[in-house]
Design a protein around this ligand. Structure first.
Ligand code: C2E
Ligand code: CA
Ligand code: CA
Length: 659
């Protein structure tokens, strides 16, 4: 039997309803029994056993009165005679009052005749008693003979009816009484059994609920599990189809979940999953929007929605899932990538929808984390393109098609070339054309190929730096760009150590350029790598400063050497007082933190003038020099001993050079 069939006939039972049902059942049973018994009882003859017994006692009392009259006749002057006679007379009076007062008894013909006679005799005796001692012998005699007759008559009647009201009736009445007790007992047992059964049913229901929970739910998050999804996804699709609605399938994958686990432990990892599950539960609607944990850090949402609701759910979840969470005192960043495919537009059956949602998720992840992507057929070609691009980057690395150009940096106070930044280029072996990093670094960043590129660049840069150390001057620094991803891999520091050892380049002559992203994403591995790099004596520059998010905490927390003002701040600089203010502020900030500051992307004389006037430490840009091939850079180093040939700007401290 499948679980769903079992589920179908399950009674919705609570303790309240169970006990209620049991008591209603017993009450109905008791009422039915009582009703039928009552009918039997009323159909019985009126002169039942109880009436006969009363009559028997009445005879005894009347006989007793007769005896007391005889005693009184023997001693008419004794006070004792008077007392005993009075007591016996009262007794008979009371008894016959009672017999008379009972409608049922008077229906027995014998009673009807006897009761008035007895009452009469009693009244007459009362008069004799009231007259006091000595008692009137005549009257006593008359009463005695009257009572003799009455007793005889009563005995006659008793035997007559006593025969009729036979032993069977007596015993039937007796057993009726016994049955009443037994029935009451049985009903009590029955009620207890009913209540017990109800409790057993409830226990069974609880066991079922547990079974159902274990079968269909994930125990950590209590969301529905993969098995539930497999069993129900076709049903949901069918319902969407019948209602003419859309079925949105969203696949959700947490970013860096493994790192949270590794850093804070599995307990915090579980808390993170629960936190995410709560967010997902908040959008659930019974039968329409269901959240599922597929396993690990993967979740899914299936939602039957109106066709026009489009990406509202996905947008909402992306916003809700990308935030910080306080997990037992740890501020942990939750990040999630979401891919969506919708029935019927992006798949007419579940397997196609799943595949397409997965493609969308893959794209969301590759496009930098924390994104939400809806499937479209172009994604597939984009992925194909990316895969083939990745393949050619790999080939390029294997065939040593990457090379470096160097862009010089100048100290503005002296005009000296004090450093150069290595920028990677990719030469196509067939056409000989050269590709700029903008055309392949983003793809490499999406895969782990960027790590290999950075390693190759580092090796080449150190090789060249070491080779030209004799002509570069004592303080010349060789800068290399490093992606955040490279800093997160364990092999980066050993590679750096090994490269410095192999080439012999003094660490102080090397500077790594990193971007703000590392601090934003708060990657512990990256921060640890940076600390190790600093400890080795290699300096650090913060690249593209201001282009990212302005969270300045890391500037003080981290031991940086240089800030590179992003070139976006230099465009329109002379015309924009606002930008001037910002650049001025950045220079002041760097100065106050003891960092050198380099302005990037200087393209005009006016920009340079501004930077010099603001006492910016250094500058880099096409106005001074475009990136140069190794040969050209060395020529300049050799010929100018650190100054640049094309530098035209004469300033008081600038060493004028000619080309
Ligand atoms: P970046 O680190 O900010 O490098 C400076 C970029 O600005 C270079 O572009 C450079 O040619 C360009 N540039 C320099 N002066 C000027 C100027 O006056 N005006 C304008 N418009 N641009 C100027 P490039 O070489 O295309 O590099 C682009 C980016 O690629 C770099 O930005 C860097 O983020 C990345 N990159 C380059 N080489 C590497 C590398 O070896 N590893 C990694 N991870 N990234 C690299
Ligand atoms: Ca750079
Ligand atoms: Ca830059």
């Amino acid at each position: 039997m499948t679980l769903s069939r079992v589920k179908a006939w399950r009674i919705p039972l609570t303790y309240g309803t169970a006990v209620g049902m049991a008591s209603i059942g017993s009450t109905v049973l008791i009422a039915a029994l009582f009703f039928s018994l009552n009918r039997i009882e009323t159909s019985l003859p009126k002169f039942g056993f109880f009436a006969i017994r009363e009559f028997h006692i009445a005879i005894r009392d009347v006989t007793h009165l007769r005896d007391m009259i005889s005693v009184a006749e023997g001693a008419p002057s004794a006070q004792a005679s008077l007392d005993q006679l009075s007591a016996a007379n009262d007794l008979v009076y009371i008894r016959f009052e009672r017999l008379d007062g009972k409608g049922t008894i008077s229906e027995i013909p014998a009673y009807a005749g006897i009761v008035p006679r007895v009452n009469d005799a009693v009244q007459r005796l009362d008069a004799v008693i009231d007259a006091g001692l000595p008692l009137d012998g005549q009257s006593l005699k008359a009463s005695g003979s009257e009572l003799d007759q009455i007793v005889n008559r009563m005995n006659d009647e008793y035997y007559k009816y006593g025969e009729e009201v036979n032993v069977d009736l007596y015993s039937a009445e007796q057993s009726l009484k016994r049955f009443n007790y037994q029935i009451a007992f049985a009903l009590t047992i029955l009620s207890l059994l009913a209540i017990g059964t109800a409790f057993l049913l409830i226990g069974r229901r609880e066991a079922f609920k547990r079974l159902e929970f274990l079968a269909w739910r994930d125990t950590t998050t209590e969301l529905k599990n993969r098995a539930w999804m497999s069993a129900n996804r076709d049903g949901m699709l069918e319902r969407a189809r019948q209602a003419g609605k859309q079925l949105q399938l969203l696949l959700i994958d947490l970013d860096h979940f493994k790192r949270v686990n590794d850093t804070f432990g599995h307990h915090v990892g579980d808390l993170l999953l629960k936190n995410v599950a709560e967010t997902l539960q908040s959008v659930e609607r019974p039968g329409e929007v269901v959240a599922v944990r597929l396993g690990g850090d993967e979740f899914a949402i299936m939602a039957i929605v109106d066709r026009r609701s489009e990406s509202r759910l996905g947008d909402h979840l992306r916003d809700q899932l990308n935030r910080f969470a306080d997990l037992e005192g740890h501020q942990v960043r939750i990040g999630a990538s979401i891919g969506m495919a919708c029935f019927p537009d992006q798949g007419s059956d579940i397997s196609v929808l799943l595949r397409n949602a997965d493609t969308a998720l893959y794209t969301a992840k590759a496009e930098g984390r924390s994104g939400f992507v809806t499937f479209s057929p172009t994604l597939l070609s984009q992925i194909d393109l990316r895969l083939s691009e990745e393949a050619s980057i790999k080939r390029g690395l294997n065939c040593d098609e990457f090379f470096l150009v160097w862009q010089p940096q100048f100290e503005l106070a002296t005009g000296h070339m004090t450093g150069a930044e290595a920028l990677v280029r990719w030469r196509d072996p067939v056409s000989g054309s050269v590709r700029a990093p903008g055309s392949f670094i983003p793809t490499a960043e999406k895969s782990d190929l960027i790590v290999d590129i950075d390693k190759v660049v580092l090796e080449k840069a150190c090789d060249q730096a070491m080779e030209w150390l004799p002509v570069s001057g004592a303080d010349f620094v060789w800068a290399v760009n490093v992606s955040g991803k490279s800093l997160q891999v364990d092999s980066y520091v050993p590679h750096l150590v090994e490269t410095l050892r192999r080439t012999g380049l003094p660490p102080a002559r090397l500077r790594l350029e990193i971007t703000e992203g590392i601090f934003i994403h708060d990657s512990r591995e990256a921060l640890e790598t940076l600390a190790q790099v600093r400890a080795m004596g290699v300096s650090l520059a913060l690249d593209d400063f201001g282009a990212g998010y302005a969270t300045f905490g890391y500037l003080t927390d981290f031991n940086l050497n240089q800030l590179k003002i992003d070139r976006s701040f230099l465009t329109d600089l002379p015309a924009s007082p606002k930008k001037q203010g910002v650049v001025r502020g950045m220079i002041a900030l760097a100065n106050s933190l003891g960092l050198t500051v380099v302005a990037e992307g200087v393209e005009t004389e006016a920009q340079l003038d501004f930077l010099i006037a603001e006492r910016c430490h250094s500058a880099q840009g096409f106005y001074m020099s475009e990136p140069l091939e190794e040969r050209s850079l060395i020529n300049h180093l050799v010929a100018r001993q650190g100054s640049l040939p094309r530098m035209r700007k004469p300033t008081s401290s600038w060493r004028t050079v000619t080309g």
